[in-house]
Design a protein around this ligand. Structure first.
Ligand code: Q9C
Ligand code: ZN
Length: 345
């Protein structure tokens, strides 16, 4: 396993988010990636290297130029509104839902923050752009490593990515690392790529980016969006559109689903993956399916994560893992590295 570690991840450090009507410390915090790195080093699971920077053009393969421009300049615009903002995170407060127009970019900064986001749970901070950009570098490097002959790679970065769409952030995500990895594989010569998303939450951003395409199969196992974030996408009847019809598979499970139900869904996903026979696989690796996760409601135990890695390895595909969610901080390192070790053995 070749790991690309984003040493700039900790520059994204949100102060608070709104959770059930209260301001609470962010669940998505730097300690998460620090602890995964520590566990990776402790168990000696292969080389850990820093990624090379990739050109912004690689990011434009997935994200719109105006969204990228907004992310790059957002912090300086925020502090230009009021120097005291340097000590505060930026949050959107208004969104262009339904009958409102989203085709004209407002001049007002907070309105643009709403145009380019989907929720109020994702603080924009002084280091968000640098952390997200170097995280995207990690993902593209991890994809490229497969093209250079590695069997498996791991993009160890945060903030996560799978809720971010072509032109919006949300769900703690800004740049869609898994989508960038998949697109890089295609741009470097792969003909077909699959993405398996095993984070507790539906990967709405990834789904939306590839929904009309047949060169990327997207499969997600997640908490039923009727009760779980992101609520407005991730249902079983979303199977792709146009040329992409049949290339999107959602496997929602009720909150509270058993370990056996979860592994039955993984089996369904793996059978579909095997029949698609992609040239490479990207795994959106969230471990918020863990029983002890503070914001999720599945029941996996630490040892179950070894089994996940073993099952994915059985597909015998070049595989790039990308770190997503997982908020039980004390166990996040062991759970993530269990998947990777299960894959290796
Ligand atoms: N106030 C990932 O696991 N919670 N994202 C919404 C809004 C969002 C989780 C709370 C959970 C997003 C990558
Ligand atoms: Zn999640």
């Amino acid at each position: 396993m070749l790991t690309f570690y984003n040493e700039h991840h900790s520059e994204h450090r949100g102060r608070f988010e709104i959770f059930r009507g209260q301001l609470v410390p962010c669940f998505e915090k730097p300690e998460r990636a620090d602890l995964v790195l520590k566990e990776l080093e402790r168990r000696r699971l292969g080389r850990i290297v820093r990624p090379h920077g990739v050109p912004l053009m690689s990011l434009e393969r997935v994200h719109s130029p105006r969204y990228l421009h907004f992310l790059r300049s957002a912090w300086s615009e925020w502090i230009a509104l009021d120097p005291a903002n340097a000590e505060k995170d930026a949050f959107p407060a208004v969104w262009p839902v339904r009958t409102l127009r989203d085709d004209i970019e407002p001049d007002n900064f907070c309105a643009r923050l709403g145009l380019y986001s989907m929720d109020s749970g994702t603080p924009f901070t002084s280091g968000t752009w640098i952390a997200a950009k170097t995280g995207a570098d990690c993902a593209v490097n991890a994809a490229h490593a497969l093209r250079l002959g590695e069997r498996a790679s791991f993009a160890l970065t945060r903030p996560p990515g799978h809720h971010a769409g072509a032109d919006f952030f949300g769900g703690y995500c800004f740049l869609n690392n898994a989508a960038l990895a998949a697109q890089h594989l295609l741009d470097d010569g792969a003909r077909r790529v699959a993405i398996l998303d095993i984070d507790y939450h539906h990967g709405n951003g990834t789904q939306s980016i590839f929904y009309g395409r047949n060169d990327v199969l997207f499969i997600s196992i997640h908490g039923d969006p009727k009760s779980e974030y992101p609520f407005y996408l991730g249902h079983a009847d979303e199977t792709g559109a146009g040329a992409g019809l049949g290339y999107n598979m959602n496997l929602p499970l009720p909150a509270g689903a058993t370990v056996a139900q979860w592994f039955a869904a993984l089996e369904t996903a793996c059978i579909k993956l095997a029949s698609y026979a992609p040239d490479a696989l990207v795994v959106s690796l969230g471990v918020d399916t863990f029983a002890g996760d503070p914001i999720s409601r599945f029941a996996l135990q630490g040892g179950d994560f070894l089994r996940i890695g073993e099952r994915i390895a059985h597909l015998k595909l070049p595989t790039a893992f990308v770190f997503e969610g997982g908020y039980a901080v004390a166990e996040v390192g062991v759970n993530v590295v269990n998947v990777l070790e299960g894959f290796e053995t």
